[in-house]
Design a protein around this ligand. Structure first.
Ligand SMILES: Nc1ncnc2c1ncn2[C@@H]1O[C@H](COP(=O)(O)OP(=O)(O)OP(=O)(O)O)[C@@H](O)[C@H]1O
Ligand code: SF4
Ligand SMILES: [Mg+2]
Length: 370
């Protein structure tokens, strides 16, 4: 089996100055909650995504990171238009697709593909691998040179699978191989953007790196842009040139990878980074302490006023409850590094040790143990 990627040629620049392929402004999705008897009426809403601004350049990989339930998948599904936004604007290749109809979306649909977290449930168990990969081409009336079957075999080879396994069924493959099938299917329409929703979370750790490497090759050699969704910063570290950190439906910090890793300014990013084992922000401190966030993520039905992170933030002050912090450039940071915090972290990493405020319960336990 080969990991070699040969087709097609790069489609766009991958440098920082790449032109914008996708941009979302104020993207919002509120899922209504209905209650009451006998007449059901709307009694509230899950504010899953609440005013997200984000962009992805041609050929660029952007990581979208945050804890479970913060709205990452919903954001991905809005962008791929599997969900209808409540508000906000989605612009793809200069075209407003926020509320485009099925027919208007048809040409764009093939250019934006999604890879899902679970390679088991996202493949139809009754279809052969060949059928799974060729369906998107058939649905879109695409007839590649040399025929569809030849193209499917090329795609199988491209993702490191044996082209002879064309007639096998998904259950005959391992989890990592199934995710490769998902990648081949996503590539069948020559997409320009792939939204990969936690594509390796369901795989064994030993397999994760192989699939990430494959995706990285796809991104670099084929010039396909990625929105790579992950729940921690470890997996996107090598993959994404830019990172956006999400908390409870909002982007709280966004910037170039190095800037986010070396100068995290939002306390939540700080905490997430402290949980990434291989990241050493302070070279002299080998055994870096971890920030353990207290409590659970609040409900997106009743998010906290002001800054949504304030119920778990060790720096919260009165202003944090009354005024929502805007996503802005903080002095000392580069122009494309934006942070939503009234009292951002120090740009140097020296302040880290004293920032570390443990979960009160854990702190009490540690004190007892002394
Ligand atoms: N169809 C839906 N109807 C109602 N609420 C929903 C729906 N889909 C998602 N939600 C809620 O929206 C919030 C965000 O969910 P989402 O799946 O986008 O989060 P996530 O960041 O992808 O989480 P995870 O890491 O667990 O995949 C959650 O509170 C979730 O329960
Ligand atoms: S605005 Fe306040 S509560 Fe929110 S992250 Fe900054 S310091 Fe913490
Ligand atoms: Mg998700």
């Amino acid at each position: 089996m080969s990991d070699k990627l040969t087709l097609p040629k790069p489609q766009g620049p991958v440098d920082g100055a790449a032109e914008t392929l996708l941009s979302v402004e104020g993207l919002t999705k509120h899922f209504p909650i209905y209650g009451g008897f006998p007449i059901k009426r709307k009694v509230g809403a899950v504010q899953a995504v609440d005013g997200v601004d984000l962009s992805v350049g041609v050929g660029e990989s952007v990581g979208l990171v945050g804890e479970s339930g913060c709205g990452k998948s919903t954001t991905g599904r809005l962008i791929t238009r599997l969900l209808e936004p409540t508000a906000g604007k989605i612009t793809y290749a200069g075209q407003d697709i926020s509320h485009a109809s099925r027919r208007q979306l048809a040409p764009v649909r093939s250019e934006i593909q999604m890879i899902f977290q679970d390679p088991y449930s996202s493949l139809n168990p009754r279809q052969t691998v060949g059928t799974i990969i060729k369906s998107p081409m058939e649905v879109n009336g695409i007839n590649p040179k040399g025929g569809i079957e030849k193209r499917v075999r090329e795609l199988l080879e491209l993702v490191g699978l044996n082209p002879e396994h064309y007639n096998r069924f998904p259950h005959e493959f391992s989890g990592g191989q199934r995710q490769r099938i998902g990648v081949a299917r996503a590539l069948s329409l020559n997409p320009k953007l792939i939204v990969a929703d936690e594509p390796v979370s369901a795989l064994d750790v030993s397999i994760q790196a192989q699939v990430v490497n494959l995706l990285q090759k796809v991104q670099e050699e084929m010039g396909i842009a990625f929105l790579f969704i992950a729940h921690d910063l470890a997996i996107v570290r090598h993959f994404s040139q830019r990172l956006a950190v999400m908390y409870l439906g909002k982007v709280v910090e966004v910037g170039d990878r190095d800037s986010i890793y070396n100068r995290p300014r939002h306390p939540y990013t700080h905490a997430l980074l402290s949980a990434v084992p291989e990241v050493t922000l302070d070279d002299e401190t080998e055994d870096r302490e971890r920030i353990r966030l207290s409590g659970d993520v609040p409900s997106p039905i009743h998010p906290p006023s002001g800054c949504r992170f304030r119920t778990r933030c060790w720096k919260a002050q009165d202003k944090c409850a009354t005024t929502e912090p805007p996503l802005v450039q903080i002095s000392g940071n580069s122009a494309n590094h934006l942070t939503a915090c009234h009292f951002p972290e120090d740009p140097t990493t020296e302040a880290r040790a004293e920032d570390i405020v443990l979960d009160p319960a854990l702190a009490a336990l540690e004190k007892e143990g002394e």
